[in-house]
Design a protein around this ligand. Sequence first.
Ligand code: GN1
Ligand code: MG
Length: 374
Amino acid sequence: MTNTLLPVSDPTATLRTIAQQFAHRSQVTGIRAFGNGNINDTFLVDLADPTDSCFVLQRINTQVFRQPHLVMQNMRTLTEHVHQRLQFAPPDRRWESPRVCLTQHQQDYWQDTEGSIWRAISFITHSESFDTLQDIGCAQEVGYALGMFHHLISDLPPAKLADTLVGFHITPLYLQHYHTMLATTCVASSPELSYCLQFVRDRETWASVLEHAKAQGKLPLRLMHGDPKVNNVMFDCQTGKAVSVVDLDTVKPGLVHYDIGDCLRSGCNPAGEETQDWQTVYFEPDLCQGILQGYLSIANRFLTENDYAYLYDAIRLIAFELGLRFLTDYLAGNVYFKVKHPEHNLARALVQFKLTKSIEAQEATLCRLIQDLQ
Ligand code: GN1
Ligand code: MG
């Protein structure tokens, strides 16, 4: 089955009924598709009462998140922890964490008659997000946001959160799955596909770099966001400052390096990950410097020398890994990421591989930049 947005017979009425479960006494006045997530179906819900802020309603993709109750449990543990910290030690600037909205029966998700799982999260008021970064100032803000996020969860023991997505960001496991798909697939050959296959072949031995470091005890298991791409950072509409990191589905034990890599691979690609023009994709070092400056202004409190030593590999690896994940899904028949057309995942893989190549071509510059920031 291809992963596309599921149609509902009467979207407005059905969604309104679902949204009302989380709206309590407030009247739902509007629902619209929201954002461009690749996994869950997401809507923004407006309420009649202006004192109630709108909320984000999502149908959790249970093909990906097989234990949605654990995802919600993690989200509650994390947001409650962060709210407490913000209450007792408020930062000197606006910073917020989303809240899990409960149903009328105090549940953190709701199952409809078709078995779909829905949940609601508060929307950060007067905020907006961007798919690409406009300038270095925004890049610094994105870095600051990730640093703040890591800082606020740094005293929550990783064991308090469940592993809701086993294998997530474990590159050698993605490689294994890729080989299984490659052996069984029947997609048509094309110059683009051949390019991708060779691209992966040339990097297979290096792809375990972070997992090796983890196994050797060089990189500690910490809590991570899992998906801190730039459009998951919310900016205050007025001040232009970052005020929150959202999309907390993948928060779980892992390496902060996965987050740093993911943030940089999305933030330093001015063309954006959905560009049709993959040949023009490149990794922008000035944006990288901005993000790292912002991030390290906070994270330098907890990063070790080894952490710094693997930053370059993290940047290169997560771009490569996402390309590999898109490519594998293309071979598998588009079962994981939502697609708009059959070649969509192949096109996305080409973008990430071109980005990886640009990162590799700038290795010396990036390593120097990291060293100068240490
Ligand atoms: C998916 O659905 P979304 O856009 O929040 C994916 C991330 C990828 C991202 C690429 C659970 O996130 O890992 O980096 O697409 N999430 C999951 O855009 O696989
Ligand atoms: Mg996500």
